[in-house]
Design a protein around this ligand. Sequence first.
Ligand code: FRU
Length: 493
Amino acid sequence: MSKEIMLRNLEKAQREIDEKKDIVKNGRMRQHYHFMAQTGWLNDPNGLIYYKGKYHFFFQHNPYYGFWDYMHWGHAVSDDMLHWEYLPLALAPSESYDDHMRGGCFSGSAIEHDGKLFLIFTGTTNDGKGFEQTQCVAWSEDGIHFEKYEGNPVLRAPEGVPTYQFRDPKVWKHEDTYYMVCGASRDNMAQALLYRSKDLLHWDFFNVLAESRGEWGYMWECPDFYPVGDQYVLMFSPMGAGERTVVYLTGDFDYETGKFVWNKSGEIDWGYDYYAPQSFVAPDGRRLIVGWANAWDWMPFWKDWGPTYKEGWCGSFNLVREVRMTKDGTLQFVPIRELKTLRKDASKQDALVVQEEMGLQAGDGVSFELKFKINLEETDAESFVLDLRCGAGKRTRCMFDFKHAELSVDRNESDGWSEGVSRSAMFLKGKKELDVHIFSDQSSLEIFTDDYRNNHANNVFAGSEQNQIRLFACGGRVTLVDIEAYGMEECSR
Ligand code: FRU
């Protein structure tokens, strides 16, 4: 019976997508090379996995319109993480444990087991006693059509954890055991809870992997735990940690005791539009992460989700980033090398001295990649200003303020819609050069500096007539070297 309800709900949603997708596709604000849903709303990346020769991305999805609601899991596959084929939706709310109208099938992960593709997700419901979130299982023989496990839910909130603060299971395998990390809250402090299982269906509590003492908020959404080099990384999206939206901790983990001793913390991205990243492993062993390029209404800086709902959609993923460990235990988040295959119309320059305002060309000025280094020894200016997506009296201002050692991205004059200035500290001491790498798409900017350790992802809903790049230096000169600029092939429209 319930199998039929899921099928019915999937078919209904699929019909909606098929009817609207061609209209939505032509939306002016749609991205050229960032991943999006065909219609409606998208938030967290879910179930990222390389399975039977393809990359599979699942995602939190409301196919009906451009706002969050009744969560389904969308699904797409790719050979290169750039060109996508959309598959039928994977999950729709259908059961007493996941059918609440303001809930549904929440975030989770994917893993291969017994030759089948398993999805572990959070079911959300409300039977009049408040919201309940439980961990549930679904599987597929063909990697396309999924069926929910009859014994769901497989895990409920432990005592002391409110039933509405227990979600986003991320599962992995180590030797012959499965492990799951789940976001939780106890006494109003965030926790990452670790569980173990032999079959993905029966789970035993193992340990509290890490917890907040207040500094990292009251709830961690979408925690993920994985090795990079000989260290382990716990990353999470904290609720109640001010403007910090994606934090990582690195340290040592012991599978015997379930103890994670961390000694470094950092931010994956300082921009306003980077949240709930999930990791997965590429067949060549790279650890990759994907974030959702937007923010929640409970964040202190939040204004709204942007104007794209008018075109029947909302949400894209940030570029896929490779996680690399540096010698000092901090992490780099490097856009995947596959992106180079989209480059076109290359232009290169060895050096450029900037003083007075000048222009720079990169692709069509809307969809482009721009890379350069600031030669700090040949720079005596107090700051370097890079105005992107300029035109029609608007611009997004990136300021490299050497005097105050701060990078800021100002959206107050970007598009007549967005607001706010994202800021981060720059570490310049003893440095000869500062690397800068920028990806611009129709409705977003991703800026990477300091060896990909200081990053800003921000949505910018600039029109296509905003296609100029302007630069100038304040109080002296700035020397740029190794300048590379490219247009980008379209691949996600
Ligand atoms: C994070 C999140 C998750 C939840 C999902 C609901 O962005 O709030 O905690 O599972 O989104 O769509």
